[in-house]
Design a protein around this ligand. Structure first.
Ligand SMILES: Nc1ncnc2c1ncn2[C@@H]1O[C@H](COP(=O)(O)OP(=O)(O)OP(=O)(O)O)[C@@H](O)[C@H]1O
Ligand SMILES: [Mg+2]
Length: 257
């Protein structure tokens, strides 16, 4: 059976894309699902989160994969499987990013490589694939939207982010209409939700009234998240009994399918 492919997308920075990708992927792996994370962000945050200290020397990366597709690599057009690395967490692999990935963007765009990732992922054998994207709507984010069938949108309970949701929904619908009829918004992941404050409560009620599919549970703010990034180990591994780890488990179970 083909892998379930999820992209986590929001062009706003710091809303929790990487945290959601890596923690849901770690939950999936713990449930025995063969799981892959592809880090399409040149910042390489998922790469560091999953590989920890080994991140800088882990090669080849997505950069060499794309260089191969352009014909300027020693690894011309090799299958994506050659760029997959084990994370050390059972059943969880990663295709790492590289800080110079961004320099390829224009070339890849002008040479119509937008379907490269989709086609390459189709040849891999995984149960679930999670795609982390940079905070922009450029070549890499669109490639991920083209390659996925489900899209999760993190929402950080900010008034500006609420307005931006309409735009984000528009981007997803446009990519779906132009390139990927399978793509659906699976839901909005509410992150750093402070249940005691009034504004976040009001915002989520408004969004629900407007028909946005908010997934539950909402994720709490916790310093454990930063500790987990710093340790290079997702919460399901670092602190499986922590409240936030439990919320990721419940969120994974609540995903429509
Ligand atoms: N629920 C949470 N509680 C506390 N801190 C959080 C939570 N979610 C994310 N963070 C912190 O917020 C910061 C940004 O999170 P993250 O890197 O996941 O966002 P992002 O959307 O991937 O950012 P970017 O757009 O830069 O890629 C990180 O330092 C992370 O530890
Ligand atoms: Mg990120």
């Amino acid at each position: 059976m083909a892998a379930r492919r999820r992209v986590v997308f929001n062009k706003k920075g710091g809303v929790g894309k990487t945290s959601i990708v890596c923690n849901l992927a770690a939950v999936a792996a713990r449930r025995g699902r063969r799981t892959l994370v592809v880090d399409l962000d040149p910042q390489g945050d998922s790469t560091r989160y999953l590989l920890g200290e080994r991140a800088p020397e882990t090669a080849p990366t997505l950069k060499e994969f794309y260089e191969g597709s352009l014909g300027f690599s020693l690894l011309p057009d090799r299958p994506l499987a050659d760029f997959v690395h084990p994370t050390g967490i059972p059943k969880l692999d990663v295709v790492p990013s590289h800080r110079e990935l961004g320099a390829l963007e224009e070339k890849l765009q002008s040479r119509y490589k937008i379907f490269k990732l989709r086609d390459a992922l189709g040849k891999l054998r995984y149960d679930e694939i999670y795609l982390d994207t940079p905070p922009a709507v450029g070549f890499f984010t669109v490639s991920a939207l083209v390659a996925a069938e489900r899209c999760l949108i993190p929402f950080d309970c900010d008034d500006f982010s609420r307005q931006a949701l309409y735009l984000l929904r528009g981007h997803v619908r446009e990519v779906a209409a132009d390139h990927n009829p399978k793509l659906e918004i699976e839901g909005i992941v509410v992150n750093q939700f402070d249940a005691r404050a009034r504004l976040p409560q009001r915002l989520v009620e408004e969004l629900e009234a407007e028909g946005f599919p908010l997934l539950r549970p909402f994720l709490s703010p916790s310093v454990k998240m930063r500790e987990s990034h710093a340790a290079g180990r997702p919460l399901a591994v670092l602190a499986p009994r922590h409240k936030l780890a439990g919320q990721f488990e419940a969120l994974y179970d609540a995903l429509p399918g």
